[in-house]
Design a protein around this ligand. Structure first.
Ligand code: ADP
Ligand code: ZN
Ligand code: ZN
Length: 652
């Protein structure tokens, strides 16, 4: 076995009480480890490695940068079946030379010729890649970014190299898959979390084989697949916060991880978006780290949609609102329906989940394990905790005062759907959110039905805001921008701008100029004007100058430190002591804490939080080292033996 075992091979190892566990060989050596008991690996599962050297390097980088265990990365990266012994062996031979037999099916024919503006952008991207490995393509909605990507992909696979095309959301894969399959046929593999584990193993093994997919289209976890000759990475909608994994570790950012992955292969990375993240914008302008290509014209020179702000505070006061609909929005919807045009309505539910409230005493049902109110699900008549899944039936009477006066508060997409049905009873409405898209095919069906004009109105959360390309949407309604604007986070304005500009971008993509009705109680906010004027650059400038003053990214890097304990007092005490230690090491300018986390109790554990800010030009490696030293110091105190600490590096 010793003669056969190689880096990346799967072996069975004895671990704890469990008899065996599948591990990956990281290094073959004769050094005696310090402080560990040495155990024998008792079987080599296959002679061919299941994990390639670049993957192991990437895992190490993630574990180091995001401050978690390599095991956490392994768990996230490798499909469950490959971690079991039973997986049937596949024959693989890792190809050493350039992929030679590029399928005919993959090249030529479905490519649409680029127009002049697109061609200029395409040429600029290529020039940029001659000098820099990373380029930001800032192209307004419907400028044809996807067409430009398609041409770049074609060139890359022609050279026998692989392409990774990252999307932030499964909802988007449907349309893009179809567009790419028309051009590249069966050379595309799709990878996302709605696939079964068996399907994921199949793709994994194919990528290790002689005949891998040349193009992988997927969401954030596709950075973990084996690649053999990666030439190009496209990160579409690069500004999207869903690229960051929140829970559990590794809390990695797929955009930044993709940049690292590309650099391991000497591949190029294109970040594409109509609304760059403030960080990437900085990197591509003042920061000088990325190249920048700008495309301001929509395909066929259709104007960007006209955006009409509506002051809903005033209308509520005058009692002129129809539920959550202003008279202007109702009027424009009526006109659009009469002309058989389609409508998209956007309601951001984040931080504003619909709840039940007792109108007599103000009682609100809370989760028994977490510090959050339960969300009301009308169709199942249940109250659900969105953090831990705790579910109870809706009570008939208030447990506090006995009143029957229990009503919902706040509004989500479900409520919007009900209101539309009352205002436009004959309109065909579909709702796209987490609840209605649980099955693998749900998105596809909704998007197809809308494309085929089987539905008139599409209501949705963030999912409808990005990337989707429909031909017959004239009107977009943003029901309430205020929850986005009032969100307590330094990125709130940036996010609000991105969401509004993106959802507005769904209007008028073909034919006539589109229309957006933007309902808000803050028509006077500068950010609303930036959205109306489509003035990304002013928004970014304002945000950057604020962040420079307040010491936020991109000028500083953030690390959130979370401390958990069953006992509230112990958690508080630990957080206070941890903060005190950090202050000694990093100084008062770099440590904020203890802070109140958004949710202070989760899964019955109390949570303390500390924010660490490190200058962007300082050594992060050194900062991490010091931070881990502080943690070790804390852990060595017998009082804090049960201390649980985890880190969120570059939180979003
Ligand atoms: P973006 O990704 O910038 O939002 P898309 O690539 O989705 O823009 O383009 C918007 C629409 O215009 C799509 O339906 C696309 O097929 C069409 N389109 C863009 N460029 C071309 C082109 N050069 N030839 C034909 N159709 C195009
Ligand atoms: Zn009550
Ligand atoms: Zn809960």
């Amino acid at each position: 076995m010793e003669a056969k075992v190689k880096r990346g091979c799967r072996v069975l190892v004895p671990l704890g009480k469990k008899k065996h566990y599948t591990g990956i060989v990281d290094r073959v050596h004769h050094d005696t480890p310090d402080g560990y008991e040495v155990k024998f690996a008792f079987a080599l599962l296959e002679e061919q490695p299941a994990v390639l050297p670049q993957q192991l390097k990437l895992w190490e980088w993630i574990a180091d940068y995001y401050m978690c265990a390599v095991g956490d990365v392994y768990n996230a990266a490798v499909p469950a079946k490959l971690k079991l012994k039973a997986e049937p062996k596949v024959k693989r031979k890792v190809r050493r030379s350039v992929l030679s037999n590029v399928d005919d099916d993959c090249l030529v024919t479905g490519l649409k010729p680029l127009n002049d503006n697109q061609q200029r952008a395409f040429d600029e991207i290529k020039t940029c890649f001659e000098n820099q490995p990373v380029c930001l393509l800032y192209g307004v909605t419907s400028s044809g970014k996807t067409e430009i990507y398609t041409h770049l992909i074609e060139e890359t696979i022609r050279q026998g190299k692989q392409v990774l095309y990252l999307l932030p959301e499964i909802a988007l894969t449907t349309q893009i898959t179809e567009r790419l399959k028309r051009v590249f046929g069966s050379c595309i593999g799709i990878y996302h979390s709605k696939f079964s584990d068996a399907e994921r193993v199949e793709i994994w093994n194919k990528q290790l084989s002689d005949d891998p997919y040349l193009i992988i289209l997927g969401v954030r976890s596709s950075v973990f697949l084996p690649y053999q000759h990666l030439g190009l990475v496209i990160v579409d909608e690069e500004h999207e916060s869903s690229y960051k994994q929140q829970e559990p570790a590794p809390r990695y950012h797929a955009r930044n991880t993709a940049l690292m992955l590309a650099s391991l292969f000497g591949a190029k990375t294109l970040l594409g978006t109509a609304t760059p993240s403030v960080e990437s914008w900085y990197n591509a302008t003042e920061g000088g780290k990325y190249g920048l290509v700008v495309l301001k014209e929509r395909y066929q020179e259709i104007q960007l949609p006209e955006i009409l702000p509506v002051d809903i505070k005033e209308l509520h006061r005058k009692k002129m609102m129809h539920g959550h609909f202003s008279p202007l929005l109702v009027e424009k919807m009526g006109e659009a329906l009469a002309r058989h045009e389609q409508i998209i309505l956007f309601q951001n539910r984040r931080g504003f989940a619909p709840m039940i409230e007792c109108h007599d005493c103000g009682w609100v049902p809370k989760c028994v394990h977490c510090d959050v109110s339960l969300t009301y699900h009308k169709y199942t008549e249940q109250l659900v905790c969105h953090y831990c899944g705790y579910t109870v039936p809706v009570p008939q009477i208030c447990p506090d005062c006995g009143s029957q006066n229990l009503h919902d508060r706040g509004f989500g997409t479900e409520k919007v759907e009900d209101e539309i049905k009352a205002i436009f009873p004959t309109a065909r409405v579909v709702r796209m959110d987490l609840d209605t898209t649980r099955s693998k095919t749900a998105y596809e069906k909704m998007i197809r039905d809308f494309e085929k004009r089987k539905t008139d109105i599409l209501i949705g959360t963030q999912m409808v805001s990005k990337g989707l390309d429909f031909d017959h949407v004239h009107l977009v309604g943003i029901l309430n921008a205020d929850t986005m604007l009032n969100y307590p986070d330094f990125r709130a304005y940036e996010r609000a701008y991105q969401l509004m500009a993106q959802v507005a971008g769904r209007a008028g993509r073909k034919g006539e100029r589109g229309l957006v009705v933007l309902q808000t109680g803050h028509v006077d906010y500068p950010i609303v004007k930036h959205v109306i004027d489509n003035d990304f650059e002013s928004m970014a400038r304002a945000q950057l100058s604020e962040r420079k003053v307040c010491h936020f990214p991109p000028f500083y890097r953030l690390v959130y430190i979370y401390i958990k304990h069953r006992d509230r007092l112990v958690a508080d005490n630990m957080t206070a002591q941890f903060t005190a230690q950090l202050l000694k090491v990093f100084g008062p300018d770099r440590v904020n804490g203890p802070m109140q986390p958004v949710v202070a109790r989760m899964h019955s554990l109390h949570i303390g939080m500390i924010m660490l800010k490190i200058e962007s030009n300082a050594s992060m490696a050194q900062a991490r080292k010091l931070l881990l030293q502080v943690q070790q110091q804390m852990n060595s105190n017998p009082q804090f033996k049960s201390l649980q600490v985890y880190y969120d590096v570059d939180p979003v």
